[in-house]
Design a protein around this ligand. Structure first.
Ligand code: NAI
Ligand code: AKG
Length: 430
């Protein structure tokens, strides 16, 4: 081989696979297609393909052993033409700039689909909260708020929980923001504990929204939830409550997993026992000796598969082996674009993340509205309003997919991007 020839030149297939795994790149690809279908010009694509703002911060935290560790965090604001930006904060060792940017674009799309008066935002900190003490996590959460305080706020950008963050972390963040601003600011953040202005139904909202999507998808397939075999990857906020809802509705949850692996029983699992034993990071599998891998779990023979953990789980490598006829994405970005095509061509009904997981931000919006008006709703009111939003969103996207003969993901992007594009256009930005 000549000395100047690159040894590791990627084949076309490898290049395609890598592009497909890059969340940000694949998001831009679908945005371009969606805007094109809607008849927008390239200028609109240039505006919407990237977030308007991305702040990178370094957060020094005094650890319990007296040393100081500096963490890197991000807040990305995709577009605020519709209204303040909104989206969760993720604490995870694999957080990176590209991921946070893609996640903030998806928040714009989710808010467009559900017709909320928000644009998309998202934040993240590179850390492993499972290795940190309670007090270290508090100092990190407060440090993050101090670092991003200039660009967030109840009418600027409203954070919320995401992977490995919860209502306690939201409470510390809200308290820090209120101290900085010197007034009580419950509307600064959502997903708070009920006593601090949280909304009834927010804790279970993402799973409740996924449940509605499963029910609607089953109707389209002429099938019933009762007796259906369900497999769920991830047993945190989204996955564990979903398992409970499925179990209570008479479905058979036959496999669930966490970061370390999963458990499988074709006769159905004891969900109440697992809920009781999981820890605050959605971990339970280490209690069992006979476990399966996350990859094995995805390929189990079942009727409904719900990835409810992290991104890039269903890829060109395993899409042909997925047995479920309905895949509902509770997680953000669990299926690559190539895998989406493979599943759709095989007749699998794939309900995309920006629709399926939109229950969380919808009830976050309800929480913010309740904070702003200082009047709080009953759980039934929240559930009823959420069901209305989710059913309407599902139907609009299903019909868009049918009428434009596109897959559900592209249809969801078309519905989601329209509002941001229209608002940007009215403001004279494009
Ligand atoms: N919490 C919310 O309101 C919303 C969450 N989502 C999405 O749902 C997904 C799950 O979020 P939450 O349940 O809130 O997080 P969580 O932190 O409560 O739970 C995460 C679960 O995923 C598992 N997990 C982590 N890394 C994994 C890996 N490499 N392989 C397999 N499993 C792994 C964990 O063990 C845990 O069971 C994420 O993609 C998140 O962005 C989407 C919309 C709203
Ligand atoms: O509840 C929210 O505001 C955002 C939830 C979120 O981060 C998501 O849907 O990915």
């Amino acid at each position: 081989m000549p000395a100047n020839q690159l040894v590791d030149e990627m084949s076309k297939e490898q290049q395609k696979e890598q592009e497909s795994l890059n969340l940000f790149y694949s998001t831009q690809t679908v945005i371009r297609k969606a805007l094109n279908k809607l008849g927008y010009t390239n200028e609109m694509y240039e505006l919407l393909k990237d977030p308007l703002r991305l702040l990178t911060v370094r957060i020094p935290v005094r650890m319990d052993d007296g040393t100081v560790k500096v963490f890197t965090g991000y807040r990305s604001q995709h577009n605020d033409a519709v209204g303040p930006t909104k989206g969760g904060v993720r604490f995870h060792p694999e957080v990176d700039e590209e991921e946070v940017k893609a996640l903030s674009i998806w928040m714009s799309l989710k808010c467009g689909i559900t017709d909320l008066p928000y644009g998309g935002g998202k934040g993240g900190i590179i850390c492993d909260p499972r290795q940190m003490s309670f007090r270290e996590l508090e100092r990190l959460s407060r440090g993050y708020v101090r670092a991003v305080s200039q660009i967030v706020g109840p009418s600027k950008d409203i954070p919320a929980p995401d992977v490995y963050t919860n209502s306690q972390i939201m409470a510390w963040m809200m308290d820090e923001y209120s101290r900085l601003r010197e007034f009580d600011s419950p509307g600064f953040i959502t997903g708070k504990p009920l006593v601090l202005g949280g909304s009834k139904g927010r804790e279970t909202a993402t799973a409740a929204g996924v449940t509605i999507c499963i029910e609607e998808a089953l109707k389209k397939k002429g099938k019933e939830l009762k007796g259906a075999r369900v497999v769920i990857q991830g047993f945190g906020n989204a996955g564990s409550y979903l398992a409970k809802f499925m179990h209570d509705a008479g479905a058979k949850v036959i496999a669930v997993s966490d970061v370390y692996g999963g458990i499988y029983d074709p006769n159905g699992l004891d969900i109440d026992y697992l809920l009781d034993r999981r820890d605050s990071f959605g971990t339970f599998s280490q209690l069992f000796t006979e476990t399966i891998t996350n990859q094995e779990l995805l390929e189990i023979d079942c009727d409904i598969l719900v990835p409810a953990a992290i991104s890039n789980q269903i890829t060109a490598q395993n899409a042909a082996n997925i047995k479920a006829s309905i895949v509902v994405e509770a997680a953000n970005g669990p299926t690559t674009l190539e895998a989406t095509t493979i599943l759709t061509e095989r007749g699998v009904l794939l309900v995309p993340d920006i629709l399926a997981s939109a229950g969380g931000v919808t009830v976050s919006y309800f929480e913010w509205v309740q904070n702003n008006q200082g009047y709080y709703w009953s759980e039934e009111e929240v559930e009823e309003k959420l069901a209305k939003v989710m059913k309407k969103s599902f139907e609009t996207i299903y019909e868009t997919a049918k009428s434009h003969q596109v897959d559900m993901r592209l249809a969801a992007y078309m519905v989601g991007i329209r509002k941001v594009a229209e608002a940007s256009s009215f403001r004279g930005w494009v």
